[in-house]
Design a protein around this ligand. Structure first.
Ligand code: ADP
Length: 366
């Protein structure tokens, strides 16, 4: 097992006339045995970073070390990594057994050694019964298990995953997510995992790297991303349904401050934020509140909204409403649900976030 260190690692595609910076200088240390997820919308550079670690893409600038050794110019086959792709990339003419054995055969291992490792990997992935079959006789989920098994037999220093579950249906995705989490627990291997799915990121990662436009936004444990997003982008990206971001201003109100927008939002600023928000009085400020942190409160509401739609999901209900031209999402329990078309009052007593409207950065309370 090994740690992975990216320092000032950059990727520029194209030549000097038409250069495109896909990954700006990234610094990241993945500890030995850690599970790190790179997450962000399509095109943010996550696959490029993974491919640079794998050696499938050249590194334009900076350095990459695996287990303390600089590997910028080391060919992929000598980096001691195994990569699992979205498309399973199995050899169609080989049986599952042969697919698993292939890399070991190339290394010139004995038949007995190969057999032991193939059977151990097959047992770990619960695919012993599939060993004689060809990939075309497997379901999508089974193929992905084989692809994982093929990575396992190599006993690499680092596992890399590039959206490995994207081709599976929702139920299988959940099942395979558990399998990957279990593998990580059992192997304590260093794993770097790319996905655009924040739920996958939040459930799998020891730490998560949120990327946007080739730049790291925040590197943190899942709970910190949820509770203390550093900017509006991370706040909106992590969590489902997404955090409500309300654009407004902060103005003086007696001894304190109040956040307001039009006639429909009036939220007294909690004491611990007053010092930090005072300098922003009169300037654009954003209030962030997650759908699960809003409650109905018709008597003394912070926010008045008109209900557009109520979605009944069984265990919870999601209310979509409009306040002063802005869409608001509220997660409520099944009791006391409003009807579409009615006016409701909402309160944000639990957890709120403030962001500077210009820089979009988080404003921390004291
Ligand atoms: P992600 O995996 O987050 O969807 P990628 O790493 O694939 O993003 O791509 C990051 C950026 O680099 C995108 O703007 C993409 O268009 C660009 N890009 C990716 N591969 C190439 C390439 N081979 N040549 C030029 N640009 C590329």
């Amino acid at each position: 097992m090994a740690d992975v260190e990216l320092s000032g690692m950059r990727k520029i595609y194209g030549d000097t006339r038409a250069a495109h910076v896909a990954v700006h200088s990234i610094d990241l240390h993945v500890a030995d045995g850690e599970f790190v997820v790179l997450v962000g919308p399509s095109g943010c550079g996550k696959s490029t970073i993974l491919r640079m670690i794998a050696g499938l893409e050249s590194i334009s600038d900076g350095s990459l070390s695996i287990d303390g050794r600089r590997v910028n110019d080391v060919p992929p086959g000598e980096r001691d990594i195994a990569m699992v792709f979205q498309t399973y990339a199995l050899y169609p003419h080989m049986t599952v057994y042969e697919n698993l054995a292939f890399a070991l055969t190339l290394r010139g291992q004995s038949k007995e050694q190969i057999d032991t490792r193939v059977r151990a990997a097959a047992a770990a992935m619960h695919i012993e019964a599939l060993l004689p079959r060809k990939p075309r006789a497997l379901s999508g989920g089974e193929r992905q298990r084989v692809a994982l098994g093929r990575a396992l037999v190599r006993e690499p220093k680092v596992f890399l995953f590039d959206e490995p579950l994207s081709n599976l249906d929702a139920r299988l995705r959940v099942q395979m997510r558990r399998e990957i989490a279990r593998l990580h627990r059992e192997l304590r291997a260093t794993m770097i995992y790319v996905t655009h799915d924040q739920v996958e990121a939040m459930t799998l990662g020891d730490r998560i790297v949120v990327l946007r436009g080739g730049q790291v936004q925040q590197v943190d444990v899942p709970s910190a991303l949820y509770e203390r997003p550093v900017n509006v982008f991370v706040a909106g990206f992590i969590g489902s349904p997404a955090m409500n971001i309300i654009e407004g201003t902060v103005v003086a109100d007696g001894d304190g401050l109040v956040f307001q927008r039009g006639t429909s939002v009036r939220f007294p600023v909690p004491g611990q934020y007053r010092g930090a928000l005072q300098p922003l009085a009169g300037k654009p400020v954003m209030l962030g509140v997650r759908p699960e942190h809003l409650t109905l409160g018709n008597d003394a509401p912070h926010l008045r909204a008109r209900v557009d739609l109520v979605e009944h999901l069984g265990n919870e209900d999601v209310v979509h409403a409009t306040a002063d031209g802005m869409e608001i999402t509220v997660r409520l329990g099944p009791s006391s649900l409003p009807d579409a078309g009615t006016e409701i009052g909402l309160r944000a007593d639990a957890q709120v976030h403030f962001f500077d409207g210009e820089s979009q950065r988080r404003v921390d309370g004291s």
